[in-house]
Write a protein that binds this ligand. Sequence first.
Ligand code: GLN
Length: 188
Amino acid sequence: MIGVLALQGDVREHEAMLQVLGVSTRQVRLPKDLDGLEGLIIPGGESTTIGRLATLYGLIDPLRDAIAAGLPTYGTCAGMILLAERLSEGSQPLLGALDVSVRRNAFGNQNDSFEADLDVTGLHDPFHAVFIRAPWIESFGDEVDVLATWDGHPVMVRQGHILATAFHPELTKDERIHHLFITMTKES
Ligand code: GLN
């Protein structure tokens, strides 16, 4: 069973994709919803809102503890921001699980939303990626593997049991990145 943090954002799209892949899902809103999960997805949306609601529901420490204890976790877009240890600007609640510094809305107003074919390490064919007010990774530590870049900036990374993309595979019909995450949940 894979949990999807269901405070705000594109929760249903992740659930739908997991269901297509034959995985059962649970919406996570309270600390007890984390019990017994094999993996967790933090969806895209608005990271400040998700962070504020997670604080309100007493979820920040339970999420930090579960991820630190090895729960495989995948963050998309706002989810990637929440997983980061550092922001290049501003401050907001973060889970601090990924040794990266993230710049929010990094591609600027001109490029607010765009689509691009990315070469992703481990995937045979390019991945058609949807970016919506996306962040990029500005700097990262030694433990972080960069799996894809756009315009010279990391937009997909993995650090052990944590995966993050600045883009939204759940808004496409391409299941390969969710499939990769499911494989990660089976490794641990
Ligand atoms: N710009 C949003 C943020 O900073 C992320 C956008 C998204 O998740 N599509 O939280």
